[in-house]
Design a protein around this ligand. Structure first.
Ligand code: PRT
Ligand code: ZN
Length: 226
């Protein structure tokens, strides 16, 4: 178990879609920071709440290992990594503490525009490109479809045009990227947004009290914005 600490540490995305909104949400909760020279660590000034600026994919692991207490990350990343941990026999270590109301998108299955889409069984024997193999594999199993999952870390939408896959399973917000690649969304596997992620159990010591204070302020701040 990690050593008791008297400061709360929150992991947020260093750069990317969730970086700025995550920071402004925390600032609207009355937090402010003094930035370190390397801009990876921000020392909390108004409250003992520090930020660690990292890649979004690292956030669930940092919380699970106890390096950080909380994190702001897309539900898509949290659920995918949680399924991955379960598949590796590590159990559910994290949970979603709060939905945060920004970074909305959905994990969708998309097929070539020319396909007449009726039902999941049409995917039998097909190759589906995705960066979310766990979520896709679970959906395929739930729907009794045997398809091949092609794992790509980026540029998933171009895979059908390159002949690497027949369909894709990727994040969609406006749908412009799918359309530009002559693909159409046919099913939603997961509705996503940015969430406050934390350990499955409550935090103890002074960090638990800081987390409760933060949650009260977050609930106030998100209520105002809705
Ligand atoms: O560097 P780092 O690893 O931290 O960042 P990243 O590149 O992995 O993540 P980033 O910043 O792209 O996304 C962070 C999170 O934002 C995601 O995990 C989602 O929770 C959320 N989000 C919201 C999105 C989108 N909307 C989105 N549109 N993530 C990705 N996209 C992609 C989409 O897949 C498509 O390729 O953006 C492209 C444009 O989307 P359309 O549908 O508007 O054309
Ligand atoms: Zn990432």
């Amino acid at each position: 178990t990690p050593a008791a600490r008297d400061r709360l540490r929150i992991a947020i995305q260093k750069s990317g879609r969730l970086a700025e909104p995550a920071r402004s949400l925390l600032a609207s909760c009355g937090l402010s920071w003094r930035e370190s020279r390397d801009r990876l660590f921000c020392y909390g000034e108004t409250l003992p709440v520090d930020l660690l600026l990292v890649r979004d994919d690292d956030i669930p692991g940092l919380i699970a290992e106890g390096v950080c207490d909380l994190g702001i990350v897309g539900r898509n990343v949290l659920v995918e990594q949680d399924l991955d941990a379960q598949a590796a026999g590590r159990g559910a270590r994290l949970r979603e503490w709060r939905p945060l109301g920004f970074g909305a998108c959905r994990l969708a299955l998309a097929v070539p525009e020319g396909w007449a889409w009726h039902e999941p069984s049409q995917l039998a024997g097909r190759r589906i490109a995705t960066s979310y193999p766990q979520l896709l594999t679970r959906w395929l199993a739930d729907n009794c479809v045997e398809a091949r999952v092609v794992v790509l870390s980026g540029s998933v939408e171009i895979a059908p045009r390159l002949g690497q896959a027949d369909a894709v399973c990727d994040l969609v917000s406006s749908g412009t990227t799918l359309a530009a690649n002559q693909l159409k969304p046919v099913l939603t596997l997961l509705e996503s947004e940015a969430v406050l992620a934390g350990p499955a159990a409550d935090l103890d010591d002074v960090r638990g009290e800081l987390a409760q204070l933060l949650l009260r302020r977050l609930d106030g701040a998100t209520r105002i914005r809705h």
